[in-house]
Design a protein around this ligand. Structure first.
Ligand code: COA
Length: 338
């Protein structure tokens, strides 16, 4: 029997407390609920009210995922965190989780950056770790604090994003929950979404101040994503792995734009009950969006388990990735951890 198959055994997610509606945004620049909603499907987004709240929620989400997986914190062998817009660079998000969880062993903990594809990139990493026999229990976190990287005087970008955290536990077992997984990048169009880093004050090198905000060529991103993602889902995620579109129960796409979700839905011919969404209430929560959408749908019983779902992320880099996962019974029980 193969005991090195990746099983997704637990999930946790959290929604920050501070709600900002489209109407709130009309108070800081010239925009309207109608403009934002018709172009993006977003009505509201949630922001971490403070660093303290962000780390409190990180602790809760990780504990939820671990409790739902039915293991002890000290059974975790490695913590990896998809975080391109972290609350802080050091200590990184994974090491913060190591501390907050009170992990006794010196297990490895690191962050990686794959923007809004972070969760699917993380699934690919976890899949490889488990199948190679390297680690048995992996805590995969996806956490982005988008609001602190946005220019809140820029109505083109700040309307789109919200903050969020999700986590899953991937454990070695005898059943395969990652039925297909693929990740890709095209750095030649990296200028579609950019975010420079502060050049600091070193007097010996170029330290010309640079605006440290996320910038985006919105139309280029939109065209790129709507051109590649529908084909990618049907060819690379499904056909290449001999998975028929009707075998899959749900579509959980990165929550970037309702029109992008609609384009993929149309290609797959899925009715609304098969398409999991939360963009209206949360906006684009970057790496965490797929986990949060899945967690919410499980909590609200919109997903009947066991089930199979297409997951697909895309974002800055440009990078993208996706796969088909099995959603087993009981991965999210909404345990009251605190
Ligand atoms: N409210 C009102 N007007 C706005 C606005 C806002 N929030 N943001 C931009 N505009 C204006 C622009 O200034 C421009 O006006 P002008 O023609 O007078 O110059 C006009 O609306 C059109 O701007 P444009 O940027 O071309 O809008 P768009 O139709 O491309 O829609 C997005 C903008 C961002 C909604 C759209 O490009 C998009 O969804 N892109 C994909 C973004 C995405 O998903 N990114 C994340 C990937 S992970």
């Amino acid at each position: 029997m193969n005991n090195n198959l990746p099983m997704i055994t637990g999930l946790g997610y959290a929604i920050p407390s501070k709600a900002v509606t489209n109407t709130d945004l009309t108070k800081i620049f010239d925009t309207s609920d109608e403009w934002i909603y018709t172009r993006t499907g977003i009505k509201e987004r949630r922001l971490f009210a403070s660093d303290e709240e962000a780390f409190n929620l990180l602790e809760k989400v990780c504990k939820q995922a671990i409790a739902n997986a039915g293991i002890d914190v000290n059974d975790i062998d490695i913590i990896i965190a998809a975080s391109s817009m972290p609350v802080q660079l050091m200590p990184n998000t994974a090491c913060m989780a190591h501390k907050l969880l009170g992990v006794r062993k010196n297990i490895p903990a690191y962050d990686f950056s794959a923007a809004c594809s972070g969760f699917v990139y993380g699934l690919d990493i976890a899949n490889s770790y488990v199948r190679s026999g390297m680690y048995k229990n992996i805590l995969l976190i996806a956490m982005d604090n988008c609001s602190r990287y946005l220019d809140w005087t820029d109505r083109r970008t700040s309307i789109l994003f919200g903050d969020g955290i999700g986590a899953v536990v991937v454990s070695a077992g005898d059943e395969n929950d990652i039925l297909s997984i693929d990740i890709k990048a095209d750095g030649s169009i990296g200028d579609y979404i950019t975010m420079p880093v502060n050049k600091g004050n070193c007097p010996f090198v170029d330290n010309t101040p640079t605006p440290q905000f996320l910038d985006m060529k919105g139309q280029d991103v939109y065209k790129f994503v709507t051109n590649i993602v529908p084909d990618y889902v049907t060819n690379e995620i499904l056909a290449k792995n001999q998975i028929n579109v009707d075998e899959v129960d749900y579509l959980i796409l990165h929550q970037a734009n309702q029109r992008i979700i609609g384009a993929v839905q149309e290609r797959l011919g899925y009715d609304d009950s098969k398409v999991i969404k939360n963009i209206e209430k949360l906006g684009n929560t970057s790496a965490s969006s797929i986990i949060i959408a899945l967690g919410e749908a499980l909590k609200e019983r919109k997903i009947k388990t066991p089930a199979k779902a297409i997951v697909c992320g895309f974002g800055a880099g440009m990078c993208w990735g996706g796969g088909v996962i099995r959603i087993r019974d009981g991965i999210f029980k909404d345990a009251n951890i605190f």
